[in-house]
Design a protein around this ligand. Structure first.
Ligand code: GTP
Ligand code: MG
Length: 192
């Protein structure tokens, strides 16, 4: 699938958020989980900056996709190597985004397939549920596990988070799972 993607803008504070003119899907998850890499895999071009150093994405970044919706790359939460100060400064920004945007169609929550759902993810999914924000759960870096172990983790996360559907296992490296994720993303946008 040919995707037309362009960088729109970055914001370090709510005053800099762009106009609410297209539905938005927010990509969220721990620092280093692979948010920016997955955006690049989805659009088939290196549009979002990635790094081995956790905490690479410090701003909220908007990408316009097919002139139809925005993928929004959020800074990662809860990574030990990022100083507490930095993390605490991001939280209000992320929360402000998730609670104020009239255009927020949903959230794509990324979880490292090797870590599974931890307290932060359980809390976050409960919070989204309460707010009625639709969430697609994605397990990243699937290439790091053999097939059988992958299946096991998919089931574990499904049960831990009380999901109706299986989380989608993807690899930005091999492209595994990118097509099913596209279908889920489009379905989420179509619902708006
Ligand atoms: P922050 O912006 O710091 O929150 O990180 P991020 O969630 O955007 O992660 P990013 O995409 O920058 O990737 C972090 C590291 O994980 C990089 O070294 C990537 O190459 C690696 N990575 C991302 N996706 C995959 C994947 O599917 N497989 C493997 N093996 N490595 C991956
Ligand atoms: Mg990033």
């Amino acid at each position: 699938m040919k995707v037309k993607a362009r960088f729109v803008t970055s914001a370090a504070k709510p005053e800099d958020f762009p106009p609410e003119d297209l539905p938005e899907l927010a990509v969220v998850g721990r620092s280093n989980v692979g948010k920016s890499s997955l955006i690049n895999a989805l659009v088939g071009q290196p549009i979002a900056r990635t790094s081995r150093t956790p905490g690479r994405t410090r701003l909220i970044n908007w990408f316009e996709i097919n002139q139809r919706f925005h993928l929004v790359d959020l800074p990662g939460y809860g990574y030990a190597e990022v100083s507490r100060e930095l993390r605490d400064s991001w939280r209000p920004l992320i929360e402000s985004f998730l609670t104020t945007r009239a255009t927020l169609a949903g959230v794509v929550l990324l979880i490292d397939i090797r870590r599974g759902a931890e307290d932060e993810e359980l809390d976050f999914v409960a919070w989204l549920d309460q707010r009625g924000t639709p969430a697609t759960i994605v397990l990243t870096k699937a290439d790091k596990l053999a097939k059988a172990k992958r299946m096991l983790e998919i089931t574990k996360v499904k049960h831990a988070l009380g999901l109706r559907e299986d989380p989608i296992a993807v690899s930005a490296q091999t492209g595994d799972g990118v097509d099913p994720l596209w279908r889920a993303v489009l379905a989420q946008i179509e619902r708006t």
